[in-house]
Design a protein around this ligand. Structure first.
Ligand SMILES: [Zn+2]
Length: 180
């Protein structure tokens, strides 16, 4: 299947006026601010966005971005592959002040587009950066253990209590063996 090519730059106002679409793929390596946070940058981002004018007269860009990124788990410091599916819902505003004072519907975030020129990669990159977890971690602690991690005996995780209990039991058993 032919992957449609994305334009590098768009006029978002014109795109909205024409009910235009942005469909295609971007390389993660082409998003330097995001790539700086990733362990691997050989993936791509699937972009599926539409633009238009909504019933309140707001120019919007909405749709979804899909990718998979590799981060470092902050618990085990092992690699963490994380699929990202980001829902985009932006309303174009011409000035920062407009986004503060205009009553944007709550489901749309303001997208500052002062002029008629916007880099598609910047738009995509900003949305992905917002979607990254602030403290990436494997969801299941067993994945961390598979990466060679062992919970510290005084850690704040719920599992730590169980580990402590087992450790106490083990030392009791050892004591009783010694006493026999
Ligand atoms: Zn982990």
């Amino acid at each position: 299947m032919q992957i449609p090519t994305l334009p590098d730059r768009i006029d978002p106002w014109q795109l909205a006026a024409e009910n235009g679409r942005l469909d295609g793929e971007l390389r993660l390596a082409a998003l330097p601010r995001l790539a700086a946070l990733l362990e691997r940058t050989d993936g791509t981002v699937s972009v599926a966005l539409v633009a238009g004018v909504d019933e309140q007269g707001l120019r919007f860009v909405e749709g979804s971005l899909r990718t998979e990124v590799e981060l470092i788990c902050q618990r085990c410091l092992g690699p963490l592959r994380l699929p990202l599916r980001v829902t985009v819902s932006l309303a174009l505003v011409r000035a920062e002040s407009e986004s503060e004072f205009a009553r944007l519907p709550s489901q749309r975030e303001p997208l500052l587009a002062a002029g008629a020129d916007l880099a598609v990669a910047d738009l995509v990159e900003d949305e992905l950066l917002l979607a990254l977890p602030r403290i990436p971690r494997h969801r299941d602690a067993r994945e961390c253990e598979a990466a060679g991690y062992h919970a510290p005996s005084s850690g704040p995780t719920p599992d730590a209590g169980r580990h402590r209990a087992f450790a106490a039991l083990a030392s009791l058993l050892q004591d009783s063996k010694r006493n026999n």
